[in-house]
Each structure stands twice: as structure tokens, then as C-alpha cells.
Design a protein around this ligand. Structure first.
Ligand code: NAD
Length: 310
């Protein structure tokens, strides 16, 4: 049996690390190992999350690298063309984290619509909150616009219908006509038709050329003034400069962002956003449940071993 050298470049759940370390013919290099920086020299396989960026220059230097497996679905931190040019297989773990991301998207929506964060902060700071002055918005039977009819979008749609009796408007120019046959929804061919009517616009598309800046000045102008934008996809999908203008001008009701162009979010970069009570941010934690991290991390390790042994 050949020996494989696997570099775990980003922090993985202990279950995934233990799995790799339990294979007798694998030499596992962990993220805190000083040898990590030399992965180009002897890595047969690599395990990554969103933290590491892998470029064509990396692949050109990696003489024995055969495969990279990324935890989660988005592979925008990996130069796919560069990998292909050097014959390196790239895999991901689609669908495994969908439930966790859908949950967070709903949690952010409800936090904002029910003003939970804002009111909690007031209570913590010792203010007496006058209930009649903190009326919030119920999600019961509201219209949810789902942009991207993939794995996460589908689960979100099912949950909003099942839990809150919401109406679903969906937009995805690439989804098959039969997509979501089993879900009560209205599919629109133009994004504006969703934006005009949605109380919540929830984004579930990959970051690719056609989705970069998908939501910008024009789209904020079309959205309802009360609408909430929820982004659990990728930061680049929303044009952040125009989002700030839209918030300042009260063109929309608020924004909940799990992903930003510059991550993790800091006060020095996003302080202007965070002055507004109707903006909430989390640092890309859509998939960060114990259950998902264990399941997806182990799937990464298993996929990598399948490729190396295959
Ligand atoms: P998926 O591939 O199952 O679905 C993506 C859908 O987007 C597809 O149906 C595709 O046709 C559609 N799409 C592509 N371009 C579009 C466009 N221009 N307009 C409308 N729809 C378009 O992926 P998924 O599992 O549902 O995940 C969606 C995205 O969520 C991922 O690509 C990733 O970037 C992001 N994500 C974020 C987190 C997080 O922690 N916040 C976790 C997982 C995934």
C-alpha cells in the first residue's frame, strides 16, 4: 500500500482529523504543523475549507498533488481552470451543509424582522424598553423571494412554507423547468419580478462571473422599502457600496449578511453598516453547526481517500 501525504490546510472538525490520522498509510499534516507551508513539495492530497486560497501558481509548484477536497459547496477560493491545467482533481461536499445554512438564513431573517438583536442590546445596556415602541414585523404568510433554486434555496422554501405559511417567489435562469415541482411556488423569469413583491429576498447562488454584483443599485431601487435582504451565499453577490447607500437612504428595510466581500467582518471595514440597527452580520457561519462540521469534515476525508486510492 503506498503512503499518502495529506495536508489539512484549514481547521477541520476533530472527527475529520481523527479519521485521517487513523489511516495507517497516511501521513497527516495538520494546520498548526510548521511543515504546512511546504505543502507544495510533497502533498498527494489537500483538505481545505474557505480559508485557504489556491491559485494556478500553487498548482504549478505542487509536483505530486493529485486532489483537493473542499468542505462545503462553494469553490470560489480555488482556481478551477488552474487545477485542470495541472491535472489536479477538485472535489467538494455539496448538499451536506444545506440544512445548517437554511437554518441560519431563517434565524437571521427572524432576528431582523422581530428586531431581536436590537432589543436585546437595549435590555443589556440597561434601557427600559417600551414595548409599544418596538413593534416588529411578523413573517407569517409573508412573500419570500428565493434567488437560486439549488439545494439550499429548496430547503429554505420548504421551511418558510411549512413553518410560516409563506408564499415563495423563485428566480433561477439555470434551474430545470421541473426543479421544485414538489414545492408550491411562483417562478419568475426576471429578477425584478421577484424583487418587486418580496418581503424577504434571500440569496442562494454561487459566486461566479454572472452573479458578481447581482444585487446592486438598480435592484435596491426595485425592492420594497420594507424588504429585508438576506445574504448567506457569497459577499461578492451583493454590491456592498450600493447596499450601504440603500440602507442610509432607507430604500430597503434592512440587511442580514453572513458573508461579505472582506471576511471576517471588522468594525474598521464594516463600521458604517453596523451603525444601523437594521443591519446584522455574522462571520460566515452558515455551515458552522457541530453536526454539519463533523459530517462534512468526514465526507471530505473520505472523498479524498477515494480519489487517492481510486
Ligand atoms: P447549488 O449549486 O445547489 O444551487 C445554486 C443555484 O444557484 C443553482 O440552482 C444555480 O442554477 C443557481 N444560479 C446560478 N447562477 C444564478 C443566477 N445568476 N441567478 C439565479 N440563480 C443562479 O448550491 P447550494 O448548495 O444551494 O449553495 C448556494 C451557495 O451558497 C453556494 O454556492 C455557496 O456560495 C453558498 N454557501 C454559503 C454558506 C455559508 O456558510 N454562508 C454555506 C454553504 C454554501
Amino acid at each position: 500500500m503506498p503512503e499518502f501525504t495529506i495536508y489539512i490546510l484549514d481547521p477541520f472538525h476533530p472527527d475529520a482529523v481523527a479519521l485521517v490520522q487513523s489511516i495507517p498509510y497516511v501521513r497527516a499534516i495538520l494546520p498548526d504543523d510548521p511543515h504546512k507551508a511546504n505543502w507544495h513539495a510533497d502533498a498527494d492530497g489537500i483538505m481545505v475549507r474557505s480559508d485557504s486560497r489556491l491559485t494556478e501558481a500553487d498548482f504549478a509548484k505542487a509536483s505530486c498533488l493529485r486532489a483537493v477536497v473542499k468542505q462545503g459547496v462553494g469553490v470560489d477560493n480555488i482556481d478551477l481552470e488552474g487545477a485542470k491545467k495541472h491535472g489536479i482533481a477538485i472535489h467538494n461536499t455539496p448538499a451536506l451543509n444545506s440544512e445548517s445554512v437554511a437554518e441560519l438564513s431563517m434565524a437571521l431573517t427572524l432576528t431582523l424582522s422581530r428586531r431581536v438583536g436590537e432589543i436585546d442590546r437595549a435590555v443589556r445596556s440597561g434601557q427600559t424598553v417600551i414595548r409599544s415602541q418596538v413593534l416588529s414585523t411578523s413573517m407569517f404568510r409573508k412573500t419570500v423571494g428565493v434567488v437560486g433554486m439549488g439545494n439550499i434555496g429548496k430547503i429554505i422554501a420548504q421551511k418558510w412554507i411549512g413553518a410560516f405559511g409563506c408564499q415563495i417567489i423563485a428566480y433561477d435562469p439555470y434551474a430545470a423547468p421541473s426543479a421544485w415541482n414538489d414545492i408550491q411556488h411562483t417562478r419568475v423569469e426576471a429578477l425584478d419580478d421577484l424583487l418587486k413583491v418580496a418581503d424577504v429576498v434571500t440569496l442562494h447562488v454561487p459566486l461566479v462571473d454572472s452573479t458578481r454584483g447581482l444585487i446592486g443599485a438598480h435592484e435596491f431601487g426595485v425592492m420594497k422599502k420594507t424588504a429585508i435582504l438576506v445574504n448567506c451565499s457569497r459577499g461578492g453577490v451583493v454590491d456592498e457600496k450600493t447596499l450601504l447607500v440603500a440602507i442610509e437612504k432607507k430604500q430597503i428595510g434592512g440587511a442580514a449578511l453572513d458573508v461579505m466581500e472582506i471576511e471576517p467582518p471588522t468594525l474598521s471595514v464594516y463600521g458604517e453598516f453596523l451603525k444601523h440597527e437594521n443591519v446584522i452580520m455574522t462571520p460566515h457561519i452558515g455551515g458552522s453547526t457541530k453536526e454539519n462540521q463533523s459530517r462534512s469534515g468526514m465526507a471530505v476525508a473520505e472523498t479524498l481517500m477515494d480519489v487517492l486510492e481510486g
